[in-house]
Design a protein around this ligand. Structure first.
Ligand SMILES: [Zn+2]
Length: 137
């Protein structure tokens, strides 16, 4: 398993998101004023500017919006991975996040735009917080 960079706390906007990963939960926010879905986590609504945001738990299922295959990464945390798929995932609750599609044989041929995927959490050898990644459904 790679040792990905971990968030550094205190960081009030994203700490609830990372804390939830310990329970294998994918959190996002929704505005209590205008109902806008907000992701990545932050202190204010991206639509109306309200700071009245509620934390919600995603079912973790979505669709590949687009992707790219990284063939070589010089960052030591990723250097042993070989080729891997970096993808934008459209979650069914209405937010888009950047992640990896894993659990596939060949990232050059096994990832497709529109493919259904679901979240799984990857524990890090040296990291406190599991990282949300996606596998084909
Ligand atoms: Zn709003």
């Amino acid at each position: 398993m790679p040792n990905r960079s971990m968030p550094k706390f205190p960081e009030p906007d994203t700490q609830p998101f990372w804390d939830a990963t310990k329970n294998s939960e994918l959190k996002y926010q929704q505005c209590n004023t205008c109902n806008e879905v907000v992701f990545y986590p932050r202190g204010m609504c991206t639509n109306c500017g309200s700071s009245d945001l509620a934390w919600k738990t995603s079912k973790g299922e979505g669709t590949v919006y687009t992707y790219s295959v990284v063939r070589q990464n010089r960052n030591p945390a990723f250097s042993d991975l070989g080729a891997y798929a970096l993808a934008y995932i459209d979650l069914d609750e209405g937010f888009r996040m950047l992640s990896n599609v894993v659990g596939i044989g060949n990232p050059l041929t096994d990832v497709k735009i529109g493919q259904r995927v679901k979240v799984q959490f990857e524990k890090q050898d040296d990291g406190e917080y599991p990282v949300p990644l996606f596998v084909p459904v």
